[in-house]
Write a protein that binds this ligand. Structure first.
Ligand code: NAP
Length: 282
């Protein structure tokens, strides 16, 4: 049976380390979040992020905008936070309501305060092999792999999903770590054949229990990014109970990738504060 990659335990460890580091450095980093609308899942994620801030000694401010807010309103808030010397990191909770031009909003965040790592400049640096702030979910996955001493170098990593927040930056991070990378999406032919070639299979498609044992190479490391609601339960993209019987290692949902995403956001905010105060993240 597969090793369970315990993202909750790993994130707890990283948050504790970060808390000590923040105390040692005598810093008081600040994260600002912007949320527009009333999506219950988004509200819950933002609450969890603020709780994590409190736990590690990061100050946080939350800006809540109405569902019918405008792009200009969101941009104005971003500009204020960009100019605020107290704020180190800015996170705009996605998805934004559909009338908002999300690309403009993300591009308006000052790259040095881009705790989410979605700004085109930061994504460009990541893709050119010189990462600065990198997106939290794929970065958290890299931390989890490293914690369990799962080498990416030389491994064939197959990613299902090509979104800008997960699939694409995941590919760049794995490539930077010397994996051979395949990205699949809804137009991929023979998806099962592609997935079955994976030493490391990462699913970020958002379809409940889509990945079945027949799509997984025996012994593969299976990372489940999906968060889906099924019969009142939160489940991943992977049919966990069946796939864990043939995988070498697997993340649960919940308790796998999700907590690592939040721990990485805290680390990015701390790094932004260090750059602001010391001019270096080291
Ligand atoms: P997204 O933007 O909707 O992207 C989904 C991707 O999956 C797209 O690239 C799509 O292909 C591909 N896809 C959809 N159906 C497919 C199929 N049948 N076969 C192959 N590819 C398929 O989603 P996302 O933002 O990346 O999120 C994906 C999932 O991860 C969601 O469940 C989300 O809630 C979860 N998530 C979790 C975390 C976390 O911290 N745990 C963070 C972010 C997201 P096309 O590009 O061709 O449409």
């Amino acid at each position: 049976m597969a090793t369970i990659l315990d993202g909750k335990k790993c994130s707890e460890k990283h948050l504790e380390l970060l808390k000590e580091q923040i105390e040692d450095e005598g810093l008081y980093p600040h994260l600002a979040t912007i949320i527009a609308g009333n999506d219950p899942a988004s509200k819950m994620y933002v609450r969890m992020k603020h709780r994590a801030c409190e736990r590690v000694g990061i100050g946080s401010v939350g800006i809540e905008l109405a569902e019918d807010t405008t792009t200009e309103n969101v941009l104005e808030k971003v500009r204020q936070l960009n100019a605020d010397p107290e704020i180190d990191g800015i996170l705009v909770q996605l998805p934004l309501p559909k009338q908002i031009d999300a690309e403009r909003v993300i591009a308006a965040v000052r790259p040095a305060k881009d705790a989410d790592g979605f700004h085109p400049e930061n994504l460009g640096l990541l893709f050119s092999g010189r990462p600065r702030f990198t997106p939290c979910t794929p970065t958290g996955i890299m931390t989890l792999l490293s914690e369990y001493k799962i080498p990416a170098a030389g491994a064939h990593a197959v990613i299902a999903g090509r979104s800008i927040d997960v699939g694409r930056p995941m590919a760049a991070l794995l490539l930077n770590a010397d994996a051979t990378v395949t990205i699949c999406h809804s137009r991929t032919k023979n998806l099962t054949d592609e997935l079955k070639r994976a030493d490391i299979l990462i699913s970020a498609i958002g379809k409940a229990r889509f990945i079945r044992p027949g799509m997984v190479k025996p012994g593969a490391v299976v990372i489940d990014v999906g968060i889906n609601q099924l019969d009142g339960k939160t489940v991943g993209d992977v049919d966990f109970d069946a796939v864990k019987e043939i995988a070498g290692a697997i993340t649960p949902v919940p308790g796998g990738v999700g907590p690592m995403t939040i721990a990485t956001l805290m680390e990015n905010t701390f790094r932004a504060a260090k750059v602001r105060t010391c001019g270096s993240a080291r």
